[in-house]
Design a protein around this ligand. Structure first.
Ligand code: SF4
Ligand code: SF4
Length: 174
């Protein structure tokens, strides 16, 4: 090392200059949770199980979402709708249990795409953190929307997907 290098002072001064120069640059970090990034309209966050306009659950427990799920995160138990329950469930079969394990879910959106009944959608909402594993099992109590707080999913699917789902030539659309 040269005499100057042995002093270390030039290196220290250079380091301090770099540090000070960053004080006046635009910050790239966000002060989360006070500040959040703007999410895309089709950001894939927590799921919602939709109701129809009359407040009935749209899900018919067909299981296609669970079948499409690559993470095997969805558990469904199907039940027959009983007489008098027509105001609760739109179809003759409904999911008495519908659970998503958010620790397994990779938010790929395949369940949303697979659903022929427009029943399950992902939303822009984040799944809150927790120290307890059971807090990440989302049942119908956390997934089904309520009529006073309906979730707008109009921007979630491409026109091509919507067109595909209307096509009566496919049995599951009838
Ligand atoms: S978003 Fe993907 S991983 Fe998560 S439940 Fe749906 S299909 Fe499964
Ligand atoms: S695909 Fe749709 S209708 Fe079928 S079980 Fe899943 S959410 Fe329900």
């Amino acid at each position: 090392m040269s005499f100057l290098e042995k002093l270390y002072l030039p290196a220290v001064a250079k380091g301090m200059m770099i540090t000070f120069s960053h004080l006046f640059k635009k910050k790239v970090t966000l002060q989360y949770p006070e500040q959040t990034k703007e999410f895309a309209e089709i950001y894939r966050g927590k799921h919602v199980l939709k109701l129809d306009d009359e407040g009935r659950e749209r899900c018919t427990a067909c299981g296609l979402c669970a079948l499409a799920c690559p993470a095997e995160a969805i558990t469904i138990i199907a039940e027959e709708r009983k007489a008098g329950e027509e105001n609760l469930y739109r179809e003759e079969k409904y999911a008495s249990t519908y659970e998503i394990n958010m620790l397994r879910c990779i938010f790929c959106g395949l369940c949303e795409e697979a659903c022929p009944k427009e029943a399950i959608f992902l939303t822009k909402e984040l799944v809150p953190s927790s120290f307890e594993r059971e807090d990440f099992i989302y049942g119908k109590d956390k997934l089904v929307e309520t009529m006073d707080k309906r979730v707008d999913v109009s921007k979630r699917q491409t026109p091509e997907v919507l067109e595909f789902k209307k096509n009566k030539k496919f049995k599951h659309n009838r």
